[in-house]
Design a protein around this ligand. Structure first.
Ligand code: NAD
Ligand code: LMR
Length: 328
């Protein structure tokens, strides 16, 4: 059987912690499919330390002899990394340390996404799709998308899948069931402690999660902050931010977006849906069409859910105000 044409995947920050946990999974076929050849186009900052580390990672990728890995491009130049890329995975940026909020990274990291948004719009493939991981990812995604004139804004997505996975795992643990029993748990809003992990529509073993858990006080008072602050808890425990689980979530994010019918939370331009302000990138449920996605707008929110969505929306609007000079 003739093999499929390769998909070009650009990854920024490729020699970083998430990069190290991510690239091998892409090259093995876990992200785009076990019969899908890939070309990795790897960007690192153009100074010797990171470039040398990148060469080391590439040596290890070679040493895996992945049949699907057709080629690798290692570069410090954004246009070279994004040229003809079908997927642009924007990971490269500073992670937060203990005691910081993700929004503290905004000014430092935001400017990376101005330049990369422009470059992607200039040189990436016509069907390019973008996934932003570098924090604060919703607003960085908005910054990158604002630079795009050729590619539609809806191509730019940010990752809330790690939060969704955390939320599912915690519900399953509380209910004493396997994680596969949890469905329809979606993250609304920002990838920050204000996010709303919507337990009100989640199901466990097909039944409403709130009925199965039977403890509203726990769901509202303990579950939500535990999911929202899980990133900080990992930093506190590990001394650095989550990497393997973030890479895993990115594999899930992209796989969900290329698998027709898959339903999961993705941060997308809100277009006013679920009460989010026009122009912010907010997590919400989307269903993949394979080459694109549809936002699922059928979940009715009760007063509690609406109050949580308002809080996370207010934060997204405040972040947008902070970076307004970076928006094209
Ligand atoms: P890291 O410091 O280990 O790696 C980041 C890499 O990016 C470094 O190698 C650095 O040289 C490179 N880099 C920096 N600026 C760059 C640029 N302009 N172009 C190309 N490369 C550049 O950090 P990490 O642990 O891999 O985390 C990366 C980002 O992902 C951080 O912002 C972190 O907060 C974020 N993150 C997001 C989520 C999420 O769920 N959205 C989860 C975990 C981490
Ligand atoms: C996470 O959620 O683990 C990442 O966004 C890293 C962080 O700063 O919390």
């Amino acid at each position: 059987m003739a093999s499929k044409p390769p998909i070009r995947v650009a990854v920024t920050g490729a020699a970083g912690n998430i990069g190290y946990a991510l690239l091998f999974r892409i090259a093995s076929g876990q992200m785009l499919g076990e019969d899908q050849p890939v070309i990795l186009q790897l960007l690192e900052i153009p100074v010797e330390g990171p470039q040398k580390a990148l060469r080391g990672v590439a040596m290890e990728l070679e040493d895996c002899a992945f049949p699907l890995l057709q080629d690798m491009i290692l570069t410090g130049d954004a246009d070279t990394a994004f040229r003809d890329a079908n997927w642009c995975l924007l990971v490269g940026s500073k992670p937060r340390g203990p005691g910081m909020e993700r929004a503290d990274l905004l000014k430092d990291n935001g400017k990376i996404f101005v330049a990369q948004g422009r470059s992607i719009d200039k040189v990436a493939a016509d069907d390019a799709r973008i996934a932003v991981v570098g924090n604060p990812c919703n607003t960085n995604c908005m910054i990158a998308a604002s630079q795009a004139k050729r590619l539609g804004q809806d191509r730019f997505t940010a990752m809330v899948r790690l939060d969704e996975n955390r939320g599912r795992a915690l519900l399953a643990r509380k209910a004493g069931v396997a994680v596969g029993e949890v469905s329809e748990l979606f993250i609304y809003g920002n990838h920050s402690p204000t996010m709303f992990a919507d337990f009100t529509h989640a199901r466990i073993g097909g039944r409403p999660a709130s009925e199965v858990i039977g403890d509203k006080a726990w769901l509202e008072g303990e579950y939500l902050p535990t999911v929202g602050k899980r990133g900080a808890a990992v930093i506190e425990a590990r001394g650095q931010s989550s990497a393997a689980s973030a890479a895993n979530a990115l594999v899930d994010h992209v796989r969900g977006l290329v698998t027709p019918g898959a339903l999961h939370a993705v941060a997308v331009p809100s277009h006013g849906r679920y009460g989010f302000s026009e122009g912010v990138w907010a997590g919400m449920p989307v269903r993949s069409t394979g080459t694109g996605y549809e936002v699922v707008t059928s979940y009715d929110m009760d007063a509690f859910a609406k109050s949580k969505i308002k809080i996370t929306n207010d934060e997204l609007v405040a972040e947008r105000d902070t970076v307004k000079e970076m928006l094209a």
